[in-house]
Design a binder for this molecule. Structure first.
Ligand SMILES: [Zn+2]
Length: 293
């Protein structure tokens, strides 16, 4: 655990990184944020971090904590007598909750071709209006695109951020660009998002956010349209691109080059990320989109 503590009391902010062992950019974000806090100081409160939670996954270049493919970020709030994942989750959860946190930011990485964005719990997940309002306020302060998970295929149940929100504490996830390697662009975006939030909480005074905090509603996350054929996928759009309903997002080709399928946007919105692999199968998630409702 890393701790930066001011002499003046104030909010307690947590950064958690590499809970998925192949999502390594968050660890570099923690390094950079703490490097700056040591150099420039903290006006009040404390910043705490678990910089590399899933050390087993990290060493094996895997999302999971063990060969049983247990996903630690689906084990919260955990159970002291549960599975290995649930036991680790419980210890993390207890350590965080004992500190009476004001905010928990869980740092993740997405597909190699993806833009940084904030992933929020859907409105119905908040235990009360105050937690929802404060979470949105702090998420807006990051300056990144806000996306709420509403896709039935991707319930955020049992995630770290979801369990913290359940307890009435603001929490959200930063998806800071591509996984597997440290992508410096994503690290810089994640670092600035964290610093902008600390600034909005009056914990630092030496960082000027580049953008203005947004005021709009969060967009809705979706992996639709799913692929319904198999073959080689080629994308017609790029991460970050604005799209219109009905627009061609990608096309799937057979080995001989005949077009098997065109995937069309189901709503207006933005492209968040594109599948890492060219080979696709029926039912595959191949694109992430932030939909305007
Ligand atoms: Zn992740």
């Amino acid at each position: 655990m890393l701790v930066a503590e001011s002499r003046r009391p104030g909010p307690v902010v947590w950064l958690t990184a590499c809970i998925h062992g192949d999502e390594v950019g968050g660890t570099a974000i923690v390094h950079d944020v703490f490097g700056l806090l040591r150099k420039e100081g903290l006006s009040r409160g404390s910043v705490r971090a678990f910089p590399l939670i899933n050390s087993m996954g990290f060493e094996n270049v895997s999302r999971y904590i063990n060969t049983d493919r247990e996903d630690l970020n689906r084990c919260f709030p955990g159970d002291p007598r549960g599975s290995l994942g649930e036991q680790i989750a419980r210890r993390l959860y207890d350590a965080i909750m004992k500190s009476e946190p004001s905010l928990v930011i869980d740092l993740h990485n997405d597909w190699v071709q993806s833009i940084p964005y904030i992933l929020l719990d859907p409105p119905q997940a908040y235990p009360n209006a105050r937690t929802e309002r404060r979470t949105l306020e702090l998420a807006r302060a990051t300056g990144l695109l806000l996306v709420e998970d509403s896709d039935v295929f991707h319930p955020l149940r049992n995630t770290l951020a979801g369990a913290i929100v359940d307890a009435g504490v603001p929490a959200f996830t930063i998806e800071a660009g591509g996984a597997y390697a440290v992508v410096e662009e994503g690290v810089a975006a994640g670092r600035d998002a964290v610093l902008s939030t600390l600034r909005s909480m009056e914990m630092i005074d030496w960082f000027l956010p580049a953008g203005h905090p947004g005021t709009g509603k969060a967009l809705r996350y979706t992996n639709r349209p799913l692929c319904s054929t198999s073959g080689l996928i080629r994308f017609d759009v790029q991460p970050g691109q604005e799209i219109r309903k009905g627009q061609i997002l990608a096309q799937v080709f057979s080995a001989f080059g005949s077009r098997e399928e065109s995937l069309l946007a189901t709503a207006d919105g933005f492209v968040l990320g594109l599948e890492d692999h060219a080979r696709v199968l029926p039912g595959r998630e191949v694109i992430a989109v932030a939909e305007q409702s």
